[in-house]
Write a protein that binds this ligand. Structure first.
Ligand code: FES
Length: 176
């Protein structure tokens, strides 16, 4: 939905100002305007950039602190750019029982990120998700690829490093 309102243009700064103004016009005086506008921003950028939050606060005439209250309350909103490779670990019941917490520990240890965080080089992001619908393959994690999410099934902890290594450097996965 946000992509209709937020469009690319030639002058990034001017364009962003216009985009935010259009966005504010779109949602102003509507119920839930702030959260809907933030959804558009999140959809467009993949996160809520600081300068956009500031401009949006100005346009909607709400305190910046209110924006951050909303953004930090809902997991959907992110304050940092998404990593190139999003590693999503399933923590549904089956995966939890089959060792998903260990996979998370291993990723945290190898990449130095917690849930929802992106590595400083922007290459990896780790998320924890609910049941992915393939419980028989637990524990499961997925990594986003151009064609869609690749599912890694029945992952032992020691295989995590190998999976991460596949996406290193150029970020291009060497598919087997
Ligand atoms: S619990 Fe992980 S796929 Fe269902």
């Amino acid at each position: 939905m946000g992509k209709k309102t937020l469009t690319k243009a030639d002058n990034p700064a001017e364009t962003q100002d216009q985009m935010i103004a259009d966005l504010a016009d779109k949602w102003r005086d509507k119920k839930g305007s702030l959260i809907m506008a933030l959804h558009d921003v999140q959809d467009h950028y993949g996160y809520v950039p600081r300068d956009v939050a500031r401009k949006l606060a100005h346009e909607l005439d709400v305190p910046l602190a209110r924006i951050y209250e909303v953004v930090t309350f809902y997991n959907y909103f992110k304050l940092t750019p998404p990593g190139k490779h999003r590693i999503s670990v399933c923590m549904g019941t089956a995966c939890y029982l089959k060792g998903a917490p260990e996979l998370i520990e291993e990723i945290e240890s190898l990449l130095g990120v917690k849930e929802g965080q992106t590595t400083s080089d922007g290459l990896y992001q780790m998320d924890v998700v609910r049941c992915l619908g393939c419980c028989g393959l637990a524990p499961v994690l997925t990594v986003n690829e151009e064609e869609g999410d690749k599912v890694y099934a029945k992952i032992p902890r020691k295989q995590v490093a190998e999976i991460i290594a596949k996406y290193s450097k150029s970020g291009e996965n060497e598919k087997k």
